[in-house]
Write a new protein. Structure first.
Length: 436
């Protein structure tokens, strides 16, 4: 890990600063929007607009990089992000904020593609998994740190919008001034959604539904907390709890997923998260209950992003894994677009508790569909004799671009090839760990 940090410290520091600014503005949006008199549904559309932009950026940023290179794309999108962040308090109109959020999502997606290409290029086969884990951790810690700044300022003024703009501007300095040469960029060939569905129906449906759940957590947590009457300090702790729970449970869940049927773990985590979410709906009056629910639901649900990718890879050949990355990120982004409006409508109809109810429904739907799929198909463990799982890799929903997913796919490919070589050396005819 020391070698990883030494090789990628500029990128990791830059992404940490970027996520402080991103985490701060994401929560500030809900608080300031309420002050400006935006309705809950308008705020949900503003939150959803980010994922519209993110999905577009995931598609077009690789095209821009191929044409003009990493450095120019990085600098251009960084300027857009900084300008967008300080435009919020100037353009206090919900439709203007929607447009700003589309630009922000598009730009951040492009920045992630660029940064993750750099990270992947600077990593070796021996350090790629550690690099990806370090990258995810610094993003999570940055998002948490942003909530601490939120509690120290006045959301009705300009300062809290200027701070993230400054942090984002500074974040690009260590990356652009790094002596690390810009990497060559190769986008993976696409894989149709129908092909992906045939390979892993649960992986496809799970990524779609969980995209909506993740978007509620990223885009609507501060809106819910404001509607629930929490103070600014309480809001920052509430949002932080989501990511702190993910930090604590990410590794244990990943460790378990490599040692058991992933479907059982996905279904169990989603079902338990849904039950805890209902507790937030029923007992929302007690603040300590909200903090506990936020941490547990975040901790149980956030790792499912990487877990569903790992599960999908269990049913792909080594050659298909890189091609599947675009479909997986598209499905997650498509679900994310619908998540905030659904939560916003539920909160408009039944009050703040609708936030927890919609999240619980998404988790239960994932669990129920997983249970049904378990009756239709044997597990990958059962489909091949002496099956060995290809290791899980950490990924952060709502921030990982196609490059991060492709990087994780490369880890699966390397692990599958190692399993195949070990199988050949031992004379075992079992295949690489992929199922039919």
């Amino acid at each position: 890990m020391i070698n990883v940090i030494r090789a990628s410290w500029a990128l990791l520091l830059g992404m940490f600063l970027l996520q402080i600014g991103n985490g701060l503005q994401g929560s500030l949006m809900g608080v300031r929007g309420a002050i400006e008199g935006f309705t809950t549904f308008e705020l949900s559309l503003i939150a959803s607009a980010y994922f519209v932009g993110f999905l577009g950026g995931s598609r077009f940023a690789p095209v821009f990089i191929a044409k003009v290179g990493h450095v120019r794309v990085f600098a251009a999108l960084g300027s857009l992000i900084s300008a967008t962040l300080i435009s919020y308090p100037v353009l206090t109109d919900p439709y203007a904020w929607m447009a700003l959020r589309v630009i922000l999502g598009f730009s951040l997606s492009g920045v992630y593609v660029t940064a993750e290409s750099w990270l992947n290029d600077s990593s070796t086969n021996q350090t790629r998994g550690q690099s990806l884990s370090a990258y995810v951790l610094v993003q999570m810690f940055g998002l948490v740190a942003g909530q601490g700044i939120l509690s120290a300022g006045d959301p009705s003024g300009y300062l809290l919008f200027i701070i993230p703009s400054i942090l984002v501007s500074i974040s690009f300095a260590p990356i652009l001034l790094s002596v690390q040469p810009a990497p060559a960029f190769d986008a993976a060939r696409p894989m149709s959604l129908m092909q992906l569905y045939r390979a892993s129906p649960f992986g496809v449906v799970g990524m779609l539904v969980m995209g909506a759940v993740f978007a509620m957590q990223f885009g609507m947590a501060s809106v819910y907390a404001t509607e629930a009457g929490l103070s600014l300090g309480q809001i920052s702790l509430f949002v932080s709890a989501i990511f702190l729970g993910a930090i604590v449970l990410q590794y244990p869940i990943g460790w378990l997923s490599d040692r058991m049927d992933r479907r059982v773990l996905i279904v169990g985590s989603a079902a338990l998260g849904g039950v805890v979410g209902l507790a937030g709906f029923a007992f929302a009056e007690a603040y300590w209950v909200l903090l506990t629910v936020s941490a547990v639901v975040g901790g149980l649900s956030q790792p499912l992003y990487a877990l569903l990718i790992a599960y999908t890879n269990d049913y792909l050949s080594v050659e298909e894994m890189p091609a599947a990355s675009g479909g997986l990120i598209f499905l997650n982004g498509l679900g994310a677009i619908g998540g905030p409006p659904l939560a916003g409508l539920a909160m408009s109809w039944m009050g703040p508790g609708g936030y927890w109810l919609m999240m619980a429904m998404g988790l239960f739907l994932t669990a129920l569909y997983g249970l049904w799929r378990m009756t239709r198909r044997a597990s990958a463990y059962a489909e091949e004799e002496n099956y060995e799982a290809v290791s899980y890799a950490n990924l952060l929903p709502g921030a990982a671009s196609p490059v991060a997913v492709e990087t994780a796919q490369e880890l699966y490919v390397e692990a599958a090839e190692e399993l195949a070589e070990a199988s050949e050396d031992s004379g075992d005819p079992a295949a690489t760990g992929t199922g039919g």
